[in-house]
Each structure stands twice: as C-alpha cells, then as structure tokens.
Design a protein around this ligand. Structure first.
Ligand code: RIB
Length: 301
C-alpha cells in the first residue's frame, strides 16, 4: 500500500547530445548518444521514491527488448511495481535532442502506454493513497476515470498537463492542483504567444475560469515559477545553476511538489521545495536518472 500513486507513461529515452537544433534536410553529429529510463510517469515516481516517499507506479511496458531493459531500470528504484503491467506491442520511446545550453527537443512514441487502464488500480489501492499524480501521456478517458475515483476516495489529485491537450471539464473538475509550463499555459488560454514571460502569465492567470477550486502552478524554466491558490498569486525565482540537461525537470518538480504537500499542505512552501529539487535535476544528465535525494534538496534549501 502506497501513499502516492503515479499513473503515467514509461519510455526508453534515447538522448543525443548535440550542439544545436538541426535544420530541415541537415545531418549533424552528436557528441554522445545515451539511453535512460524516462516517461513522465516513471520520472515522477522516481523523483518521489528518491525523496523517500512510498510510491506505486501504474503503467504498461511492451513485450519487447526495451520493455525488458526498462523493467530492470525501474526495478532498481524503491517503487511499488505491482501495477506495472506488460502488454503485447512496443514500449514507449522518446527521441530527445539535448542542445548545448541544456534546452531540449522531444519526440515521443507512446506505444503500449496507451493501453494502460485505470482498472489496474483497485479501490483498495486508492483507499490507502493520499496523493494521485497523472499527466497526459495515457488515454484521457483512463486518466479521467482514475481522477474521478481518486476524488471519491479523498485523494489529493495533481495533474501535469504534458504533453499538452486541452483537459476535459470533468478532468479539470477532479484536479486539485494543475501544473503547466509556459507553453501549456498558453495552450490553456488558446493563445499563441511569442512572449511567454512572467508578465504574460501574471496578466492571464485571472482570465482562467476554473481557478475557484483548482490551484495552478506555471513553471517558467530559468524565469521561475508562479503559483496561484485561493486568490493569491506568488512568484518564485529559479536558482541560478549551470543547466546541462533540462529533460525531466518538470517531472522532478511534480514529484517533489507531491512529496512536500504530503508533509505540509501549504502549496507555496511545496512550490519552493519543488523549485529547489528541479534546479538540482537540470545539472545532471538523463530524466529519471537526474532526480535528487531528500538530503540533497534540504542541503540547498
Ligand atoms: O518529461 C520528460 C519525459 O518526456 C522524457 O523522459 C520522455 O520520455 C518524455 O515522455
């Protein structure tokens, strides 16, 4: 029985460390190519477990070579995997270019992640769970169903709107904390903006019509984080670090946010903790691989 359930994707991440983006029709050389455990769900579960939480990861692996390798990688973390199933088909894969300045470009192939069912999670699992974390890597109908059941069992629900799709009104209604990055925030507003900065976020938060019940966190990378809760908006600067790889930083933020909320329900304190954890993850390669321990975060806080 786990305090946390993470319902999400698990991928084999193929990282190419490259000097810059490619142009159409162009071939460039990578300085290295590396394989890591990834998928937003798996990354968030690893973030939680490395901080010391009891977490159950719910997802699907394919009956293929990547499935075997991913199973070995995720089994090395202290995560309850009883609801990680195997199904016929290809495991999820993400092709990731990490540019010199740490920014990234990601193409993901969901594969059997899309076969993950909310039915993997029993009522007994939900009864013992305090916090459920989901993203948009699985079928919306399954995430929606699990969020409805989680709320009936009084779990706190955290939704990471990545990869971006407009959430249904039902999913939003059953989400306690919605976490988006700047691009997803613009998507929520149905806006295309070239200037996705702090001013844009602060100006547009009040125009969202679902914030009477749902808390909102907008992560802005090196520009910081904005948290909105019950009419109050707070801005948090990001720690200045030498970022080498930002893949998984959002997932680190999610896991650390959930971890902190379980200890203390103050969303602003939890944002500070999560912001600090994410600032450590960007100084390391890989997604799940880059998640910090509790002691590492506390030392910096
Ligand atoms: O958030 C980072 C993750 O997104 C990567 O690990 C990759 O698998 C993609 O799903």
């Amino acid at each position: 029985m786990s305090d946390f359930i993470v319902f999400g994707g698990i991928n084999m991440d193929l990282f190419a460390y490259v000097p810059r983006s490619t142009q159409e029709g162009e071939t460039i050389e990578a300085s290295s190519v590396e394989f890591y455990l990834g998928g937003k769900g798996a990354n968030q579960a690893v973030a939680l477990s490395r901080l010391g939480a009891e977490v159950s990861f719910v997802g699907t692996l394919g009956e293929d070579q990547f499935g075997k390798e991913l199973e070995a990688l995720v089994s090395a973390e202290k995560i309850d995997l009883k609801n990680l199933r195997k199904q016929d088909g290809q495991s999820g894969v993400a092709l990731i270019n990490v540019l010199k300045d740490g920014r990234n470009e990601v193409i993901s192939f969901p594969g059997v992640n899309k076969k993950t069912s909310s039915k993997y999670v029993s009522e007994k699992d939900l009864k013992s769970c305090s916090i459920l974390i989901g993203q948009m890597e699985l079928e919306d109908s399954q995430t929606n169903d699990l969020f409805i059941r989680a709320k009936k069992n009084n779990c706190l629900t955290l939704l990471n709107l990545a990869p971006f799709r407009m959430p249904s009104s039902s999913l939003l209604k059953n989400t306690d904390v919605l976490i988006v990055n700047e691009t997803e925030f613009a998507g929520l507003l149905n806006k295309k903006s070239n200037k996705l900065d702090l001013d844009f976020v602060l100006k547009n938060i009040p125009t969202l019509n679902f914030l009477s019940k749902t808390k909102l966190i907008v992560t802005l990378g090196s520009l910081g984080v904005v948290t909105f809760s019950e009419g109050e908006t707070k801005y948090f600067e990001s720690r200045k670090v030498d970022a080498i790889d930002t893949v998984g930083a959002g997932d680190c933020f999610l896991g650390a946010l959930g971890f902190s909320l379980k200890k203390n329900s103050d969303i602003f304190k939890a944002t500070e903790f999560a912001n600090c954890a994410a600032s450590i993850s960007v100084t390391r390669k890989g997604a799940a691989e880059s998640m910090p321990s509790f002691d590492e975060v506390v030392k910096i806080l």
